[in-house]
Design a protein around this ligand. Structure first.
Ligand SMILES: [Zn+2]
Length: 312
């Protein structure tokens, strides 16, 4: 779970139902989850079945500088005989790669849906990797769902089913040793991680005010807990906990940064009593140098744990 996926999960859980982006946020999250599951299955299959001699490394979620920005690559195979960009599509439907004007659409249940062209994505990714590493690069579109079928095939890059992918890659790598895998991998691993969360939140106009505030009940997920008798309680399901607010603080830090205004903290946790607030913030959001500000101690693992229970 990278930060961007976590941001989408938090927004899906907290964005008010009446917010105009709610529907888009939910459907984007659904696509991201499908994408991640496709990538995981691809990586697992390759780790199990890819039969290549020599060094090979499969990198996930690589962001390569390109023109004024970066290109995000789901999976990149770095092997001593071939470098290959894998554009993984975990989609169902009939796929049409229009080879005249390079548009792409799929048909699901009789509905036509235009989408980003995977060929164009592979093309940009190849150019970016080629420019950054200075080596020739292959590209392939991988279909991970058995309920996806190509009706009109792409012209520039091959599209293969997941089952066939290991053989496709093995065929690419049947020449002599060309690359220093360790050197290329280390160059790629030094690239700074990209944070798309801010621009995504802005694009969907998700400000602090558009969220349901309070400490979310991890069982109900749609309501907030009440602090009573030194514990958090859910009026709907009876859940109780002493430290449920820790997740809330981590959610805030990921969306809006580590600095937390004390006045916002009251709203965020849904408490009114100063001493209660101070006690709740004591360990994970200690006072900072700035007056009236707290500094949240980041703990991504806590968020990952919380959401991996939700999206099992
Ligand atoms: Zn509950």
């Amino acid at each position: 779970m990278n930060d961007f996926l976590l941001v989408q999960m938090i927004a899906a859980e907290r964005l008010q139902t009446i917010h105009e982006s709610k529907h888009t946020v939910l459907s984007e999250l659904k696509n991201s989850l499908a994408g991640v599951s496709g990538e995981q299955r691809t990586a697992a299959l390759l780790n199990r079945e890819l039969d290549l001699t020599g060094d090979s490394v499969l990198l996930r979620d690589v962001n390569i500088p390109y023109k004024d920005g970066t290109v995000q690559i789901d999976l990149l195979l770095v092997h001593s005989e071939c470098i290959c960009v894998l554009e993984v599509k975990n989609m169902i439907g009939d796929f049409y790669f229009d080879t005249v004007n390079y548009q792409f659409h799929r048909v699901v249940d009789g509905r036509r849906e235009g989408m980003r062209n995977p060929e164009a994505q592979v093309h940009r990714a190849i150019k970016a990797v080629n420019g950054f590493l200075g080596v020739p690069v292959h590209g392939v579109i991988v279909l991970t769902s058995r309920s996806g079928k190509v009706i009109e095939a792409p012209k520039l890059y091959p599209v293969v089913s997941l089952d066939y992918l290991p053989f496709h890659l093995e065929k690419l790598a049947n020449r002599s040793e060309l690359f220093d895998v360790a050197k290329l991998t280390s160059k790629l691993e030094k690239l700074p991680p990209q944070n798309f969360s801010k621009s995504w939140l802005m694009r969907h106009q998700i400000g602090f005010d558009s969220l349901r505030l309070g400490v979310t009940c991890p069982t109900c997920r749609t309501c907030s807990l009440i602090w009573q008798g030194r514990k958090w309680h859910c009026a709907a399901c009876g859940f109780c906990s002493r430290n449920a607010h820790e997740v809330t603080l981590q959610e805030y830090a990921l969306l809006y940064g580590r600095e937390l205004d004390t006045r916002l903290a009251y709203q965020l946790l849904g408490v009114e009593n100063k001493y209660v607030l101070y006690r709740l913030l004591e360990k994970s959001a200690p006072k900072s140098q700035k007056r009236g500000k707290r500094q949240i101690v980041e703990n991504r693992e806590l968020l990952r744990d919380y959401f991996s229970r939700v999206y099992r």
